[in-house]
Design a protein around this ligand. Structure first.
Ligand SMILES: [Zn+2]
Ligand SMILES: [Zn+2]
Length: 573
C-alpha cells in the first residue's frame, strides 16, 4: 500500500510528544457503555466537581443471556459521584440511548435534557416506571445552548432513523468535544431537515480536540441511501397489488411510518396501526407533530374486515421476528385481531439486528407458507440504514478535523476499521482510540490519553429484578438448558440417618424417562447403596447432599457423558 494521502484533511497538530502538565486543565471522558459493543450507550464527561452524561441506553441480550430481558450499564461510578452529576443529555429516542434512563433515575436524581420527540418517548417510559412526577425534564432544540457547571453544551441536528436526533458539542476547559450521536447524512430527508453542516464547519474552525463518532456502518463503502428511496419502493409495491398490504417495521422509525401513510393516502387506502409499541410511538409522534396523518386515515383493527382488501394497509411491529410481536402472531394465526391470509402482501421493512436472523427467516417462511407475497430486504429496497457509511464519516471528519477520535456504537472490528479509514485521511493511528467500557481518558488541550479505569460493566435486568441475576444464575441457566436437572428425594430417620423412603428421582430435560427407566433405576440403587454404605451415621444434611450429588454426577456422566444439575432434597422423619 502506498503512503496514506492527506486528501485535504488537516489535523490540528500539537507539539511533538508533549508531557502531561499539571498546570493544564484536564477533562475526563469515561464511556460506561456503547464502546466495543452496539447498545447501552452512556458516556461520562467530567471536570473538577462537574459531570455530564450523554445518553442512558439499554442493550438487548443475545441468546447466551438466557431469560434476561435487558442489559444496562453499571453506573456505580455515577452513584458514587452523584452530587457532581449536572445532567443527562439525550441524543435521540432509541432504546439503546434512552432505555436505561428509568434505572439510572432510580439511583441518581438529575436533570435530563432532550429534544421534543425524545422527551415525549422518555415521558412514556418514566410514567410506566412511576418516575414521571419527580423527573426534571428539560426540552431543548438544536439551537439552544445549555451552561452546566464548567461545560457549555451545544447541539446540532443529524439525520437518523428516528426524527429529532441531535449530535452534541461540549465546550470544556480542555477543549471542544463533539459527539455525533447516531447519524447518517440524508440530503433528502423525509422531514426536510438536513444535518447541520454549518455548525460542524464552525466547530472545525474552532478546533475539535475529541470527536466521538458513530462507527456502526464504518465497514460499508459509499453513502447510506436516503430514507426517501424506501418510499419509492413502497409506491411500486402498492401500485402492483389489490390485496391487503401489511408492513412491519421498527416502531421508532417515524419517517418510515410517515412514508407508509403518505403512500397509503396516494393509493386511497386506510391505515390500521397494530402492536403495542407501534401504537404508542404513533400516538406520541402524532401528538407532538412529528407524524402528519390526514383526518379519517387511521382505522381501528376491528374495522379492517369491513373494508375491501384494496383499501387496507396495516402497519405493525414484528420486523425482527420476535415471538410475541404482532406480525409473528399474525403469521401463525395467534393474533387477536388480524390473521395473514393467502394473497396478502407483507412488507418487512427492516433488516434483522444481528442475532435475530433465524427468527426473521422463520417468519418469512411462515408467511410464504400461508400464501402471502412477502417483500423483504433481499428482494427489494424496503429498508435503509440510519447510520453513516464510509463517505459520510469521512465528510464528518473533514468538517470537524478532530485531533483525537473515539469510534463508538461498534464492536472492536468497527474501531479497527475506523482507524484504517482515519489513516487514509491523515489521522495518526494512535489518535483513533480503541476504547473499552470503564476506561478513563484524560484530555488536556494538547493530548488525550488513558490514565486508569473506573468500576463499570453490565447489569442484567430480569423481569423486575435489577442486577440480581449474576454469573452464577446465568451459569445455572446454561447448565439447565444444556443438560437438564435431576431432583433426588430421600427420606431419612432423624435419629440415625437410615434411609426410610426413596430415593426418588425426578428429571426434566435430561433423559427421556420412559426409555431410560433402567438407568434411573440403577441410579436409585447407587444412591441407596451410598447412603447405607457410609461409615458414619451422620444426619448432617450437607454431608448427605454431597454424597447424593457426587454419586449421581459420577454415574450419569459415566452413562451419558452429560452433567445434569443434581438437586438432592432430604426429608427427615
Ligand atoms: Zn439510534
Ligand atoms: Zn444507537
Amino acid at each position: 500500500m502506498s503512503r496514506p494521502k492527506k486528501n485535504g484533511y488537516r489535523p490540528r497538530r500539537g507539539k511533538t510528544k508533549p508531557k502531561p502538565k499539571s498546570t493544564l486543565p484536564t477533562v475526563s471522558v469515561i464511556p460506561l457503555g456503547g464502546v466495543g459493543e452496539v447498545g447501552k450507550n452512556m458516556l461520562v464527561i467530567e471536570y473538577g466537581d462537574d459531570i455530564i452524561v450523554i445518553d442512558s441506553g439499554v442493550k438487548f441480550p443475545g441468546e447466551e443471556l438466557l431469560g434476561i430481558d435487558l442489559v444496562i450499564p453499571d453506573i456505580t461510578y455515577l452513584v458514587q459521584n452523584a452530587d457532581k452529576v449536572r445532567g443527562i443529555f439525550l441524543t435521540h429516542g432509541h432504546e439503546d440511548h434512552i432505555g436505561g434512563l428509568p434505572f439510572t433515575l432510580k439511583q441518581i436524581q438529575v436533570p435530563v435534557y432532550g429534544t421534543r420527540l425524545t422527551l415525549g418517548l422518555v415521558k412514556n417510559k418514566l410514567t410506566e416506571h412511576g418516575l414521571i412526577r419527580d423527573a426534571k425534564l428539560h426540552e431543548i432544540t438544536a439551537d439552544d445552548v445549555v451552561n452546566v457547571g464548567a461545560f457549555q453544551v451545544e447541539f446540532f441536528r443529524v439525520n437518523h432513523s428516528i426524527p429529532d436526533g441531535i449530535g452534541i458539542a461540549v465546550r470544556t476547559p480542555a477543549g471542544l468535544i463533539v459527539h455525533s450521536g447516531d447519524f447518517k447524512l440524508d440530503q433528502t430527508p423525509v422531514d426536510d431537515k438536513v444535518l447541520e453542516f454549518s455548525k460542524l464547519a464552525r466547530y472545525g474552525d474552532e478546533g475539535v480536540m475529541l470527536f466521538i463518532c458513530d462507527s456502526t456502518n464504518v465497514e460499508r463503502p459509499g453513502y447510506t441511501p436516503s430514507e426517501r428511496t424506501v418510499g419509492d419502493t413502497f409506491r411500486s409495491v402498492f401500485a402492483k397489488t389489490d390485496s391487503r398490504i401489511i408492513i412491519a417495521t421498527f416502531a421508532s422509525n417515524v419517517h418510515r411510518i410517515q412514508q407508509v401513510i403518505d403512500t397509503a393516502a396516494e393509493f386511497n387506502r386506510k391505515v390500521a396501526v397494530v402492536g403495542r409499541s407501534m401504537v404508542t410511538v404513533v400516538d406520541v409522534s402524532q401528538q407532538l407533530g412529528y407524524l402528519n396523518i390526514p383526518k379519517g386515515m387511521l382505522i381501528e383493527a376491528e374495522e379492517i374486515d369491513r373494508l375491501p382488501d384494496n383499501q387496507v394497509t396495516i402497519i405493525t411491529t414484528g420486523s425482527q421476528g420476535e415471538p410475541m410481536a404482532a406480525l409473528t402472531r399474525m403469521a401463525t394465526n395467534n393474533h387477536r385481531q388480524v390473521a395473514i391470509r393467502q394473497g396478502d402482501t407483507v412488507i418487512i421493512s427492516a433488516t434483522p439486528i444481528p442475532g435475530n436472523e433465524k427468527l426473521v427467516s422463520r417468519t418469512i417462511d411462515n408467511l410464504f407458507r400461508i400464501g402471502a407475497d412477502v417483500v423483504y430486504k433481499e428482494v427489494a429496497n424496503v429498508h435503509v440504514s440510519g447510520h453513516a457509511a464510509q463517505q459520510e464519516i469521512k465528510l464528518m471528519l473533514n468538517f470537524l478535523r478532530p485531533k483525537y477520535v473515539i469510534p463508538f456504537h461498534g464492536e472492536y472490528r468497527h474501531q479497527a476499521t475506523f482507524a484504517k479509514l482515519g489513516q487514509t485521511m491523515g489521522i495518526p493511528d494512535e489518535h483513533i482510540l480503541r476504547v473499552n467500557i470503564g476506561e478513563r481518558y484524560e484530555m488536556n488541550e494538547e493530548m488525550v490519553q488513558m490514565t486508569g479505569t473506573v468500576e463499570a460493566g453490565s447489569v442484567m435486568v430480569d423481569g423486575i429484578g435489577v442486577g440480581d441475576v449474576g454469573n452464577i444464575v446465568l451459569r445455572d441457566r446454561h447448565h439447565l438448558a444444556q443438560d437438564g436437572v435431576v431432583i433426588a428425594v430421600v427420606t431419612i430417620d432423624k435419629e440415625n440417618g437410615n434411609v426410610l423412603a426413596g430415593p426418588d428421582l425426578v428429571s426434566r430435560g435430561f433423559v427421556f424417562v420412559r426409555e431410560a427407566g433402567d438407568m434411573l433405576g440403577e441410579a436409585k440403587s447407587r444412591v441407596k447403596d451410598a447412603l447405607t454404605g457410609r461409615n458414619t451415621g451422620t444426619t448432617e444434611w450437607s454431608v448427605l447432599k454431597n454424597l447424593i450429588r457426587d454419586t449421581l454426577n459420577e454415574f450419569f456422566y459415566q452413562k451419558t457423558k452429560r452433567r445434569p444439575i443434581v438437586l438432592p432434597i432430604i426429608m427427615e422423619i
